[in-house]
Design a binder for this molecule. Structure first.
Ligand code: SAH
Length: 213
């Protein structure tokens, strides 16, 4: 299969037509080999317009959702980024192309281990995978310039907002268990100024400051 061609088509038909404009984001999505992040049985669907199962009841997000959230982060290349919900590691790889340093947390050890190995194999050496409850953020590496939560929370946890620097941006799906909306917050004089974007469906953020189970 010509995966490079499939990636170009993905960018053309799924991202450009739906309004993704940040050229760095489009380039990154053209470059990152999504097929390396999906289970063998799903290879043929690697570049389809859907989320795919990755085991443990979790999913790799739809390419469009990755692009929307990444574009909302408005990165220029020098940022230190925190991702909560590593999953397959795909979103972390996209971030790695666009930022200086990426810390990503995953609560399910087997997924964290697989993602870490995969990212290392692919040479993403500015990504650090941490195993643990990301609903608390990652205090000892804070503050972050950007934070992305890729699991659904009832609200953006205050403890995580506290780890965002002044003028920093946080993006994540907020809502109930079955449906959410992508929220973007920018910290201005210590207060988060929020905007509401695309409706979405993410797996739940489970932990101390997320859902309990
Ligand atoms: N960004 C991922 C997809 C995320 S799916 C990708 O690109 O593939 C959401 C992930 O969040 C799941 O793997 C789930 O196990 C994880 N998760 C849920 N609650 C979490 C928590 N409290 N801390 C860290 N990870 C969590």
């Amino acid at each position: 299969m010509d995966y490079a061609l499939l990636r170009e088509m993905m960018v053309e038909t799924q991202l450009l037509t739906r309004g993704i404009r940040d050229s760095r984001v489009l380039e990154a999505m053209k470059k990152v080999q999504r097929h390396k992040f999906v289970p063998e049985a799903m290879l043929g669907s690697s570049y389809d317009d859907i989320a795919l199962p990755i085991g443990e009841g979790q999913t790799i997000s739809q390419p469009y959702m990755v692009a929307v959230m990444t574009e909302l982060l408005a990165m220029s290349g020098d940022e230190k980024v925190l991702e909560i919900g590593t999953g397959s590691g795909y979103q972390a790889a996209v971030l790695s192309e666009l930022a200086r340093e990426v810390y990503t947390i995953e609560r399910i050890p087997v997924l964290a281990d697989k993602a870490r190995a995969r990212l290392e194999d692919l040479g993403y050496n500015n990504v650090f995978v941490v195993t643990g409850d990301g609903s608390r953020g990652l205090e000892d590496k804070s503050p972050f310039d950007r934070i992305i939560i890729t699991a659904a929370a009832p609200e953006l946890p205050v403890v995580i907002i506290n780890q965002l620097r002044e003028d920093g941006i946080i993006v994540g799906p907020v809502g109930d268990r079955m449906s959410q909306v992508v929220v973007k917050g920018r910290k201005k004089k210590g207060v988060l100024v929020e905007e509401f974007h695309t409706p979405c469906i993410f797996v739940p953020l489970i932990g101390e400051y997320g859902w309990k189970s």
